[in-house]
Ligand binder design. Structure first.
Ligand code: ZN
Length: 144
């Protein structure tokens, strides 16, 4: 088990620009502001959505694109920030609903277009939170 204690740092609020890429924008904010650890939440809407699913057998992400003619609601979008390859890195999961409330969700990858997005980022201060390759899962996870 990995357990570390952090203190609260800065809190950021952002409205992201229309038709920009959600994950790229979150990573850009964290890199521009040098947020090395933290928590992310986003609500809003997307005009297209691209999510990943990690296949635990093949140890590869399957990317699935859900394109809609109408915005989908971001019901919940949460993530964390840590260091990967020496840079701030956002790990984000998203659930989105269509006009009938039907939800889909998964691991956010590049390729999701913002219709509107309100972001809260809470910076956490402490020792570096670093991702490294984990042989058991094939994922990049927090390591000592
Ligand atoms: Zn994930």
């Amino acid at each position: 088990m990995y357990l570390k204690q952090f203190e609260h740092g800065r809190t950021f609020i952002s409205k992201l620009n229309y038709n920009t890429d959600l994950l790229e924008e979150l990573n850009r904010i964290c890199q521009d502001e040098n947020i090395k650890a933290g928590a992310i939440s986003v609500i809003g809407a997307v005009s297209s959505l691209k999510l990943g699913f990690y296949d635990q057998i093949t140890k590869e992400y399957i990317h699935t694109t859900y394109a809609y003619d109408e915005p989908m609601e971001i019901v919940s979008c949460i993530g964390n920030i840590s260091l990967k390859d020496g840079k701030p890195f956002c790990h984000v999961h998203l659930t989105a609903a269509d006009r009938k409330g039907r939800c889909i969700g998964g691991h956010l990858v590049n390729g999701t277009a913002i219709f509107a997005a309100e972001v809260v980022i809470q910076e956490l201060l402490g020792e570096d939170l670093i991702r490294k390759n984990d042989e058991q899962t094939g994922l990049s996870l927090w390591k000592e």
